[in-house]
Design a protein around this ligand. Structure first.
Ligand code: G6Q
Length: 534
């Protein structure tokens, strides 16, 4: 295992080096920002405020080599079956490959089918946007409801909100995921059946939450329109399971296909992005793909020391495995990106929340970090207290944009000031002496001091555009991949979600029949009894 390698052991020893120093001292090096930052087109990434030195970074780069990152990266892009437990290729990168001639899986080119579906999505979204395709009673659609969960919800929901500035304002977009009926019912209350299009997004078309919501939506539509043929006009499906879609009542022409080589949490640029394409239009969607592709090609070709996702991954590993920081905050300074932390939560935690290696051995080191966050500046008035003065150090990614989309420079100047000030405060703090020199009453000095030395990385884009969003998502996707390679785990399955699902089936039966007939522990049994008692 990787923690038995010499380089891992060397890095363990090195952790003492940063325990014994401070960012203040490390910043005495005039070249620090030059050495610890990377520019990619309009993106500037400053990772100088992390607890690293050049020697540590060199060793981390060596660690990546020891884990055969180069070969593994090649295997990813060339469609090798690196999702070993499910025996699948992992080719979300093919979805945004706008330039290659072909990408082969089992000797057949996948790009042709990808292009076919993209063309179909483009035609369909154009027709919905222009009112060419209408509902059963001839009215144009004004409400688009995406019904899906997990990877079939978080991506389109996050990106539709992130790119709302570029959206068709006459339409409202809703995302229903929870099986709690308040999710679908609250949405339906806002929709007019004659003007509502339902997009049933489910790779497997068997997911309980999605199918329950889809049937409720169908019933609601038919109760109002009273004609079974209305389903054809008001429902489309995004799925790999054509048979199940057809038996739901959605015709073949209304299926937008994707494939097993696209994992749910990587599926936004596939058919799963249909709601987004309707919202922002095909040209902006293409720009999103271009952004993704820009980072794919950077990840593929940049030397590791100048490769942003590689550096992000290595810094994450340094913090997690060597400095015992097991949580990572994601802080976008953009209201539009408010769903980005929960999107990344799935991407990272479902991918790398594993405790056995690909070979099935229990790992002897930590893997995926806890990912969480909130849009700045809101978080500053809530949980940042713990970031600044709590007992744990929590590394934070700050994501910001130089220009605002609306021309309100007063807001933008203040937003950017906060964005930068927080990273300065976290890194350098405020010493007791500084506080004292301000004449602060002595009993308050410990409360008003900040020890600093809290790591952060800053991502500064020019402007929030479809392209910059695509770049941002791809950076984190590849970061997750690199970390998975170093930890030796399979980042592309999610078997940890299965046990809860199968227990829920049994308990569901018991709730339905109002009696407990499976064996449970005392607590579980008591809870079921409480739920079924009158
Ligand atoms: C993502 C996971 C998971 C999946 C949902 C929905 O990578 O696989 O979040 O997306 O469980 O699955 P369906 O799309 O099959 O309904």
């Amino acid at each position: 295992m990787i923690d038995q390698s010499d380089i891992w052991k060397k890095l363990q020893k090195r952790s003492q080096e940063v325990e014994d120093t401070t960012l203040k001292v490390l910043f005495e090096d005039k070249d620090r920002v030059k050495n610890f930052s990377i520019t990619l087109d309009e993106l500037f990434v400053d990772f100088s405020k992390n607890l690293i030195t050049s020697a540590i970074l060199d060793d981390l780069l060596e660690l990546a080599k020891t884990a055969h990152l180069e070969e593994k990266r090649e295997a990813l892009f060339t469609g090798e079956k690196i999702n070993t437990t499910e025996k699948r290729s992992v080719l979300h990168t093919a979805l945004r490959d706008l330039h290659s001639e072909e990408v082969l899986v089992d000797d057949s080119d996948v790009l042709e089918n990808i292009k076919k579906v993209q063309n179909k999505m483009e035609g369909f979204s154009d027709n919905i946007r222009k009112g060419v395709r209408r509902g059963h009673t001839g009215k144009n659609f004004t409400s688009i409801v995406n019904i899906g969960i997990g990877g079939s919800d978080l991506g389109p929901k996050m990106a539709t909100e992130a790119l709302r500035y570029y959206s068709q304002r006459e339409m409202s977009f809703y995302f229903v995921s929870n099986i709690d009926s308040s999710a679908i019912d609250e949405t339906l209350l806002r929709c007019d059946p004659e003007r509502t299009l339902f997009i049933i997004a489910s790779k497997t078309f068997t997911t309980e939450e999605t199918m329950t919501n889809a049937f409720t939506a169908k019933e609601w539509l038919l109760n109002s329109l009273k004609d079974a043929s209305a389903v054809e006009k008001h429902f489309v499906a995004l799925s790999t399971n054509k048979d199940a879609v057809e038996s739901f009542g959605i015709s073949k022409e209304n299926i937008f296909e994707f494939w097993d080589f696209v994992g749910g949490r990587y599926s936004l640029p596939s058919a799963i992005g249909l709601s987004l394409m309707i919202s922002i239009g095909k040209d902006h969607f293409k720009e999103l793909l271009e952004g993704y592709e820009r980072v794919d090609s950077h990840f593929k070709t940049a030397p590791f020391e100048k490769n942003i996702p590689v550096i992000m991954a290595l810094i994450g590993i340094w913090n997690n495995n060597f400095l015992s920081m097991h949580s990572q905050a994601i802080l976008p300074y953009s209201e539009y990106l408010r769903f980005f932390p929960s999107y990344l939560q799935q991407l990272e935690m479902e991918s790398n929340g594993k405790s056995v290696t690909k070979e099935g051995e229990r790992v002897t080191y930590d893997t995926g970090q806890v990912i969480w966050g909130e849009a700045g500046t809101n978080g500053q008035h809530a949980f940042y207290q713990l970031l600044h003065q709590g007992t744990q150090k929590i590394p934070a990614d700050f994501i910001g944009f130089k220009e605002s989309l609306f021309n309100r420079s007063e807001h933008q100047k203040k937003l950017l000031a906060h964005f930068i000030a927080q990273t300065e405060a976290l890194a350098f703090g405020k010493s007791k002496d500084e506080v004292e020199s301000e004449g602060i009453e002595s009993s308050l000095i410990p409360h008003k001091s900040f020890e600093g030395n809290r790591p952060s990385t800053t991502f500064l884009f020019q402007k929030l555009t479809p392209q910059s969003l695509g770049m941002l998502i791809a950076l984190y996707e590849h970061k997750v991949f690199v970390q998975g390679v170093i930890w030796g785990i399979n980042s592309f399955d999610q078997m940890g979600v299965e046990l809860g699902k199968s227990l829920a089936k049994k308990i569901g039966q018991e709730i339905e029949e109002k009696r407990v007939f499976f064996k449970h522990d005392m607590s579980t049994q008591g809870l079921i009894e409480k739920v079924i008692e009158k």
